[in-house]
Write a new protein. Sequence first.
Length: 282
Amino acid sequence: MTVRTVGVLGCGLMGSGIAQVAAAAGYRTIVREVNESTLQAGLDRIRRFLADGVARGKVTEDAQNKTLGNLTGTTNLGDLTECDIVIEAIVETLDEKRAIYQAVEAFVRPETIIASNTSSLCITELAAGTGRPHRFGGLHFFNPVPLMKLVEVIRALTTSDETNLALTSFATSLGKEPISAPDRPGFIVNRLLVPYLLDAVREYERGLGTIEDIDKGMKLGCGYPMGPFTLLDFVGLDTTYYIANIMFEEFREPRFAPPPLLKRMVLAGYHGRKTKRGFYTY
């Protein structure tokens, strides 16, 4: 399968990043949002990222112009008609994802692949909500998308060999390193990462050390780029809590159960960097 035109559903933090790397790779890229203000906020995020890259000498002006030239924003699903692949990056809600798949299928061609950037939901269950389960799969990017090299390629039970190969090849064409992940909650990375983050919260509750000392210990003692609490704030406490609940519901293992402190911080609206308050204040 040849991919020439890429559609992205959602222009939030992840969707804008996916759209940016697709456009930078030379694909005609159309990113769709539900309203004009949200769309422009996402496109402005891309412009700022590229402008900052130019200012720091990481991106050439020519590359910046080519990326922006390949990029189009829209609020109309009908503009995705020519897309060879559509990547969904909307909220982590099963019903809303199913609704957008049904809506977009009314416009795209039968051979168009639909992929989800979900970090936690079952790919097979998402595929079953479409009219093309054999042409559906998972493409899990990592934040910030333009900088993070990894993409998890998740195959549903119904994903065809051709679709799986196309998704892997597409990820590689973006300059990413794809890995094959099982269709299980958390896939590979979050399956290993989330219990580590939850353990850090539990041990902090038990008095293991201060937030700052635990973070410094894991950075300087293990060589991690950031400690668990800094990472929790970066990922989002609400996102981690949501993923942990899905994993616990699937496996019923104590290590996947969200600790009480995490639950209460989410209920209080302390979601990390995006709310200016998490384990740290920003």
